[in-house]
Design a protein around this ligand. Sequence first.
Ligand SMILES: Nc1ncnc2c1ncn2[C@@H]1O[C@H](COP(=O)(O)OP(=O)(O)O)[C@@H](O)[C@H]1O
Ligand SMILES: [Mg+2]
Length: 276
Amino acid sequence: MIKTIDLNSANLIDTKATSSKGNQLKWLVRNNWYKADHMGYEGLCEVVISKLLKKSNIKHFISYSPVRIEFDGRELNGCYSKNFKKKNESIITLEHLSKQWLANSMTKELLRYEEPKDKIKHTVDFIEKITNLKNVGKYLTTMLELDAFFLNEDRHTNNIAFILNDDTGEYSFCPYFDFGLSLLADTTIDFPLGDDIYTLIGKIHSKPFSRDFDEQLDAAQELYGYNLNFSFTNKDIESVFKEVSDYYSADIINRAKDLLYNQKHKYSYMFQEDGM
Ligand SMILES: Nc1ncnc2c1ncn2[C@@H]1O[C@H](COP(=O)(O)OP(=O)(O)O)[C@@H](O)[C@H]1O
Ligand SMILES: [Mg+2]
């Protein structure tokens, strides 16, 4: 069954283009965030990945559901999530922290270091110093493990964020969010449907510490250990796709499934009960 929402008269959120692939249209309506697909099947990724995260050791992530959005004479697939930000809270991105405290973009700041390990360590130390949070290394490593597993190409420094309590000045961790550009979701420019997925996997680049997913992952794990543990089965994969099968075509669904099976095989250690 398809759930449809008319957002023609809703308040379109004006966000600066932060992603290299442009921004998805976004609305905040009755305390839910709606995001429309922009490059391909971003909504599918958000939904499927958040459902799979339920079968992992991660407790703090945004849960997304699929939706069809009517807007400006068009019908767009998309997803929605509950607003996690409370009234007295602000969401502060890593990019924002860097501009505020280092008077420099984090992307430029990272160019000062050659090795991914040094980039990661510098970022973690910087965040811990400013926010007073502990275990930022583990939080960030888990994020990079998720990104490598789901092939998320969009972890720029605005997609790493923290919650600031405006009353107390205390920071807390954001739930993991924005896995839209994972699993080769960009069918418009980089990953056309019908192309061989193994060739396409070779073309994806990670962010923000290295362009190579495994180089970035290895560097973080060497510093802060193995953190991510999954428990979903192949049957779970089949079942989470039922949620999006009315919204997306069979070739999209099959490609995303094939990628997940491939990644599950590649990162089988993430499924071992006692980790590594
Ligand atoms: N469920 C949510 N709760 C609170 N804020 C949200 C939520 N979803 C999105 N946002 C806000 O919108 C910003 C952009 O969301 P994101 O999912 O990264 O969209 P995009 O895919 O366009 O980058 C976030 O940094 C956050 O400030
Ligand atoms: Mg984003």
